[in-house]
Ligand binder design. Structure first.
Ligand code: AP5
Length: 214
């Protein structure tokens, strides 16, 4: 299964991605996670990307496309893949198409998760992440057993710097201006599935499985 997960910030892409890759046993390629890893490790790419990420702007295409191509060269995509947060604009979508075409491959589906804006902001403000195992919590909808502590490894949970309300609003604006055109792009290509992401994580996952014919 070759899938793309598209949607505004905090629509639940990462949450659903974890479930989808387990179900289909395919690699998960999250450009946001890859970039945060580069930032944490202090690589040159991480240093160049950090300012854009902290402001909630898109990281320049050349950096993203090189990073994605490097990743794809080093993982087995024989059984498929799930892209989460990539492509993010028409230029990146064309680059992905070219990459797949060169290998005689195509996408099976593009899953577009949508919910209303106030819910997206509430989810952002409530998100906490474990810096060690990357488990994502939410103080409103999926709190850890002990406040501020990861259930799995006891690490102190952190709030992403780009989850401050002002930055979230910029990320939403960037989504509308630069990423939303991909909804029509993939609809015209006959690949788009529009999915209501406002239910619980399990409810949303059930919708995804049904739409994928599972
Ligand atoms: P990225 O990490 O991709 O951020 P994003 O797209 O803004 O998405 P998020 O990770 O914020 O949210 P999500 O939809 O995965 O939601 P989640 O499941 O965590 O990108 C970060 C930055 O990197 C970008 O701003 C940009 O600078 C850069 N970047 C990345 N890719 C790029 C690219 N291709 N090109 C250029 N720049 C790029 O859920 C959110 C919260 O809600 C969690 O707390 C979760 O527990 C909770 N939740 C999830 N689902 C539900 C539910 N159904 N019910 C209740 N709560 C829920």
């Amino acid at each position: 299964m070759r899938l793309v997960l598209l949607g505004p910030p905090n629509a639940g892409k990462g949450t659903q991605a974890d479930k989808i890759v387990k179900q289909f046993d395919i690699p998960h390629i999250s450009t946001g996670d890859l970039l945060r890893k580069h930032v944490a490790e202090g690589t040159l790419l991480g240093q160049r990307a950090q300012g854009y990420m902290d402001r909630g702007d898109l990281v320049p295409d050349d950096l993203i496309i090189d990073m994605v191509q490097d990743t794809l060269e080093n993982i087995d995509i024989e059984k498929g893949f799930l892209f989460d947060g990539y492509p993010r604009n028409p230029f990146q979508a064309e680059a992905l198409d070219d990459f797949l075409l060169e290998r005689d491959l195509g996408l099976d589906r593009v899953l577009y998760l949508h919910t209303d804006q106030e819910l997206l902001i509430r989810r952002a403000v409530g998100r906490r992440t474990c810096p060690v195992c990357r488990t994502v919590y939410n103080i409103f909808s999926f709190p850890p057993k002990e406040e501020g502590i990861c259930d799995k490894d006891g690490a102190v949970l952190i709030q992403r710097p780009d989850d401050r309300e002002e930055t979230v609003r910029n990320r939403l604006k960037v989504f509308e201006e630069q990423t939303a055109p991909l909804v029509e792009f993939y609809e015209v290509a006959g690949l788009l599935l529009r999915l209501d992401g406002s239910g619980s994580p399990d409810e949303v996952f059930d919708i995804i499985l049904k739409e994928l014919g599972e």
